[in-house]
Design a binder for this molecule. Structure first.
Ligand code: COI
Length: 359
């Protein structure tokens, strides 16, 4: 079922940014989607309004206890000039899984998808077409409820904002490069039983300290290890991690502390379809480092909506560097990027049949 929403158009449209200098999250479009939830009434009054600041009471619970959830998705301009979304049903389902964990009311998945489509249509002239760019879509839920008590709120706000973006890792929109990754030994991202599998702000704020250290060490991102033993590799920064050891591609199984990424799932499905040996299992850091040393670690890459496929060129652990594939972009990473981004932008056929949704 497709829902429709009233649209109030802005009277002062912004100048569009230069598509060759978008960066990531620097610019926002003219409109946003907004909808309220009230206990007893459910989600109501979905509408598209001019993009602008929110008025929130300083005692709003989200500001203090971080009861919030969010999603990340993208819209792409296809060669016919129309707009493609990529597997929006996956984001709708994941938002509800995050909501269940954060005690936020679930949302009809058709309502979520209709809202995304409606706001993207309202700002469709903002979807960039320069290679490597897209319109990043950020749906999120916060609570404006005024309270200092720690309990689930009874009022929420659902918003969708849109940002034309280039690659998450600067330069990757022109040509992929291998990122240098800092293996984090002290801090953790998530523990089993916590919120690691959910998309919520707290998972990201707690990682900033390690990312800051990584930058000091000349690395772009962090490789997270498991919380209990600091022994198994989990994720890379804000994305999932893949390692090709010999002829087998390995990624961490969904233990509860791993984010079930849409690009992770798409990568697994494509590799299996193409006949690669793929394993989802717990992967010891020792096995990865050993393979890097003896040359059997052929490639590694990160997957995410924001970063698409981002090759990993080197791991730095305990002051030692472990280059992968001479820090060059591997064939599998490049092929995955070309196929995925090609499908998303409609430049290649959707080889899975129903992943691309054209507006
Ligand atoms: C995404 O890949 O969409 C994410 O949510 C990562 C983001 C924090 C930049």
């Amino acid at each position: 079922m497709e829902y429709t929403f009233p649209v109030t158009r802005t009277t002062s449209p912004k100048a569009k940014p230069d598509e060759h200098a978008l960066g990531f999250g620097k610019y926002y479009t003219d409109h946003m989607f907004m909808m309220e939830y009230d206990e007893g009434q459910g989600w109501h009054d979905g509408r598209i309004v001019p993009y602008g600041p929110l008025s929130l009471d300083p005692a709003s619970t989200t500001l203090h206890y971080a009861q919030m959830s969010f999603e990340g998705m993208k819209a792409y301009r296809n060669p016919e000039g129309r707009i493609n979304l990529f597997r929006p049903d996956m984001n709708a389902a994941r938002l509800n899984r995050s909501n269940r964990r954060l005690c936020i009311p679930e949302m009809d998945e058709d309502l979520f998808i209709s809202a995304v489509k409606a706001v993207v249509r309202a700002d469709e002239d903002w979807v960039p077409s320069v290679p490597g760019t897209s319109l990043y879509i950020r749906p999120f839920i916060i609570s404006p409820e005024v309270s200092m008590a720690v309990h689930p709120a009874s009022r929420y706000l659902f918003l969708i904002i849109l940002s034309p973006v280039a690659a998450y890792y600067e330069g990757n929109e022109n040509e992929l490069h291998g990122s240098r990754i800092w293996v984090e030994e002290e801090y953790i991202r998530a523990a089993v039983g916590g919120t690691g599998f959910a998309k919520c702000g707290g998972n990201y704020s707690c990682g900033m300290i390690a990312a800051t250290e990584a930058k000091k060490q000349g690395c772009e991102e962090v490789l997270w290890l498991d919380a209990k033993e600091h022994r198994y590799v989990e994720e890379v920064g804000t994305s999932n991690a893949f390692f090709m050891i010999g002829d087998t591609v390995v990624t961490s199984s969904l233990t509860g502390s791993i984010l079930p990424g849409v690009t992770r799932d798409s990568t697994l499905q494509l590799l299996r379809k193409w006949g690669y040996k793929v394993e989802e299992r717990r992967l010891e850091l020792a096995e990865v480092l050993e393979a890097a040393k003896d040359g059997t670690l052929k490639e590694a890459w990160a997957t995410g909506t924001a970063c698409v496929i981002s090759p990993i060129g080197l791991l730095r652990y305990k002051g030692e560097n472990y280059p992968i594939n001479d820090e060059k972009v591997g064939e599998v990473s490049q092929h995955l990027y070309d196929v995925l981004y090609g499908m998303q932008t409609g430049k290649r056929e959707d080889e899975m049949g129903n992943w691309v949704v054209t507006l």
